[in-house]
Ligand binder design. Structure first.
Ligand code: DGL
Length: 277
């Protein structure tokens, strides 16, 4: 059996990808990971496709220069805007990418009312990826979308349970609770949102199922590493290196809250829109 000690590169616009990292750590503690949060540019949601593609290219280059064996785009917005672009840019490097897509498939398979709510950023809803998952897996299901303006910034500030955060969520979820809509499933189409699941569940009550795709993404990463023969076969818990283009002290203080473990955070600087040092 072959094995590779090289790290997995994971990135997001900010701390949202830590929800995916958390699931990866639970499933594959032996894998070392590089986590890049582009907090200088968060939120990505309202930005243009071109800008998100440039940032994603710069971050991927950085992660590959640090020997990443696989790249996880732990951001629905960057996946929607840039996953196909990244696969094209880095085709010669023979590196695999795992991206996020709203969990329309499991929602469509399990909804009993045929009505599903989806929370994601504007860029995710505008991208071809969302249209394609709805077309492929959403037949016979009605989807109700909401972009939750301001929610990513609240989570970046660590406001997981404040009155303002609740107000943003109520604005998104109250219409979904309307009896005429009869929604029984809500899909979290942004990796920041799992950090407010307790609040979401409080608002929705116990009759609505909330889907966080992070555990399925972690399983997909594991399958790909096994298929490529690059899974780390050694035992024990490997380390995570954290990088931010924002404030390292702020990200460091969020790690125990969001990830349940602490770590050092290194600062990186954007030289231009496509290059980070
Ligand atoms: N975590 C992101 C996502 O999954 C980021 C959203 C943003 O930066 O606006 O979409």
């Amino acid at each position: 059996m072959t094995s590779s000690p090289h790290p997995i590169g994971v990135f997001d616009s900010g701390v949202g990808g830590l929800s995916v990292l958390r699931a990866m750590r639970a499933l594959m503690p032996e894998e070392s990971i590089l986590y890049f949060g582009d907090q200088r540019h968060v939120p990505y949601g309202p930005r243009s496709m071109e800008q998100i593609q440039n940032f994603s290219e710069g971050i991927t280059k950085f992660l590959l220069n640090h020997d990443s064996k696989l790249i996880v785009v732990a951001c629905n917005t960057a996946s929607a805007a840039a996953l196909t672009y990244l696969r094209g840019c880095f085709a010669k490097r023979a590196v695999s990418f795992v991206g996020m897509e709203p969990a329309v498939k499991p929602a469509a398979e399990t909804t009993k009312t045929g009505r599903v709510g989806v929370l994601a950023t504007p860029a995710t809803f505008q991208g071809a990826l969302y249209a394609s998952v709805v077309e492929r897996f959403g037949a016979g299901v009605e989807f109700f979308q909401h972009t939750c303006p301001g929610l990513v910034s609240q989570i970046e500030k660590g406001e997981l349970n404040s009155a303002d955060t609740r107000a943003i969520l109520e604005d998104a979820l109250f219409p979904m609770l309307d009896a005429s809509r009869n929604i029984d499933t809500v899909v979290l189409g942004c990796t920041h949102y799992p950090f407010v699941i307790p609040l979401i569940e409080q608002i929705l009550g116990e009759n609505v199922r909330v889907i966080d795709p992070a555990p399925s993404v972690a399983k997909q990463v594991k399958r790909l590493l096994e298929a490529a023969g690059t899974k780390n076969q050694s035992q024990g818990r490997a380390s995570v290196r954290f990088f931010t283009s924002g404030n390292p002290t702020e990200m460091k203080s969020m790690l125990p809250v969001l990830l349940g473990e602490s770590g050092e955070v290194e600062a990186v600087v954007w030289k231009n829109d496509r290059e980070v040092i």
